[in-house]
Ligand binder design. Structure first.
Ligand SMILES: Nc1ncnc2c1ncn2[C@@H]1O[C@H](COP(=O)(O)OP(=O)(O)OP(=O)(O)O)[C@@H](O)[C@H]1O
Length: 112
């Protein structure tokens, strides 16, 4: 099993959700995030003074995936989040030891 985490543009969230739901993903976690990548934020001018905004608002999308669905889900995230511009985000995949469904006590792929 894998944990797939995507840090992406907030305005892409609807498209990402649609893509994942059409594929049949049963659940996901969304939270707000702030961060920067290589572009290191941007410079803004306010009342004549220049200051830099270094932590840009993003959303974090987390999806639990069975081994045989992980590549498909990764593809959906990358395709739906892409605009081709700097700041599109990052996706990473972590190998999981265990997942437990709290209500039933099911474990492993059955708990996803
Ligand atoms: N090395 C990193 N470690 C942890 N989080 C990161 C890292 N790089 C980027 N992020 C997170 O991903 C978000 C989006 O990153 P961003 O798209 O700017 O990455 P990038 O690698 O600079 O790509 P691009 O060249 O498209 O801007 C950041 O705001 C940050 O929250």
């Amino acid at each position: 099993m894998k944990l797939i985490t995507a840090i992406v543009r907030p305005e892409k969230l609807d498209a990402i959700r649609e893509g994942l739901e059409s594929y049949g993903v049963q659940g996901l976690t969304v939270s707000r995030a702030n961060g920067y990548g290589r572009q290191r934020g941007y410079t803004q001018v306010y009342r004549g003074a220049e200051y830099s905004v270094d932590l840009l608002p993003k959303v974090r999308v987390e999806v639990l995936a069975a081994e045989d669905q992980s590549e498909d889900i990764l593809d959906i995230l990358i395709t739906t989040a892409n605009t081709g511009r700097a700041g599109d985000g990052k996706v990473w995949v972590i190998q999981l030891d265990e997942v437990v469904r709290v209500r039933t006590g099911e474990r492993g792929t059955a708990a996803i």
